[in-house]
Design a protein around this ligand. Structure first.
Ligand SMILES: NC(=O)c1ccc[n+]([C@@H]2O[C@H](COP(=O)([O-])OP(=O)(O)OC[C@H]3O[C@@H](n4cnc5c(N)ncnc54)[C@H](O)[C@@H]3O)[C@@H](O)[C@H]2O)c1
Length: 314
């Protein structure tokens, strides 16, 4: 296995929230990773986050920090960052032209065998590969934050993506304990974000029409079916309660669900007021520095607990 890891070099472009996490995830799995960004300061910031995260993860598992950090190579020069890579993952700002420009350059500076991936949340493979020389080697690998604690990711195939590349990616990710799911055809939001937006749309309808507060809705989700969702997905849950019972429940409520095609007026008005949530200290809740820290710690501890539980049940 180590031999296989020695043969694959990864290049991550963008060392922000997702890029530093993806680079760390690969380094934790024993790969050599080049980490690129637009400036030394940006890469240094990514390394600081990586270092802090390794310290945090070390509280619950044995990690060789020096060796993990040695596996991540900072490289400001994009050509040097990608020229030895077998897999390049782009995680820069969500700007289509920026992503297209980066891949245009990358395509000319990697070997033909190199697989090109984007971590975009919103653009489709056909948007990004419009000007590609070889679109067959491109796919989206959509990670969730934080990538080093969430095993699930979506592989989104474009119409032109080679079947061989998709098969390789699924096997590759499985071999390093990720849980890749294939999105077989292009669709906005892929799978995960479509499901999250559908839940949010209904939550907002319930708030806007006065049925419940954001606080109560969050508590219901966190304390009840949200907990179950990390052990069984919607199809499994339906089968556990019985498709017939689930069908009858659905029949009673489906016509009353929100089906608005518009974005939420409630959220728009908060944005106009500058109440963006954690970023500005206020949204539906008030966010003091202490509350932000506590929430981050709680989330990481919770995900570490789930990861350990996954490992123990293997
Ligand atoms: N934030 C999330 O939870 C999340 C989840 C899944 C996917 N994504 C997607 O991941 C991508 C990155 O998001 P993020 O949240 O990490 O953003 P971010 O703003 O934290 O990081 C983006 C990084 O890209 C760098 N960058 C910009 N131009 C560059 C260039 N020309 N070359 C190299 N680096 C450059 C920036 O300096 C910055 O460090 C986006 O496409 C986003 O939609 C984000």
């Amino acid at each position: 296995m180590n031999d296989f890891r020695n043969k694959i070099t990864i290049s991550v472009i963008g060392s922000g929230l997702m890029g530093h996490g993806i680079a760390l995830d690969f380094a934790l799995s024993g790969f050599k990773v080049y980490l690129n960004d637009i400036s030394k300061e940006k890469i240094d910031l990514g390394f600081r986050l990586i270092s802090e995260t390794i310290d945090y993860l070390s509280k619950s598992r044995k990690l060789d920090k020096k060796n993990i950090l040695k596996n991540i190579i900072p490289e400001e020069n994009l050509r040097l960052a990608v020229c030895n890579a077998n897999i390049v993952i782009e995680a820069v700002y969500e700007d289509l032209n920026l992503k297209k420009d980066i891949f245009k350059f990358v395509e000319k500076n990697v070997s033909y065998e190199c697989i090109l991936l984007s971590n975009t949340s919103t653009f489709l493979p056909s948007d990004i590969t419009e000007d590609f020389l070889y679109p067959e080697r491109f796919a989206i690998s959509h990670y969730y934050n934080p990538p080093y604690l969430l095993p699930g990711l979506e592989i989104v195939a474009g119409e032109k993506t080679s079947k061989h590349i998709i098969e390789f990616l699924i096997n590759f990710y499985r071999s390093i304990d990720k849980k890749p799911s294939l999105v077989k055809k292009e669709i906005k939001g892929f799978v995960g974000n479509r499901l999250q937006v559908a839940l949010l749309r209904e939550s907002l309808k319930l708030v806007e029409e006065g049925y419940a507060t954001p606080g109560d809705i969050d508590e219901i989700v966190k304390g009840s079916f949200g907990r179950r969702l990390s052990a069984a997905g919607p199809f499994e849950l339906r089968e556990i309660i019985g498709l017939d019972l689930g069908f009858n429940i659905t029949k009673e409520i489906i016509s009353t669900l929100g089906n608005s095609k518009e974005t939420s007026k409630l959220i728009s008005s908060k944005i106009l007021d500058g109440d963006l949530g954690v970023k500005t200290g206020k949204g539906f809740y008030q966010w003091t520095d202490e509350k932000k820290q506590n929430w981050k710690k709680h989330m990481l501890d919770w995900l570490i607990l789930l990861e350990n539980s996954d490992k123990n049940s293997k």
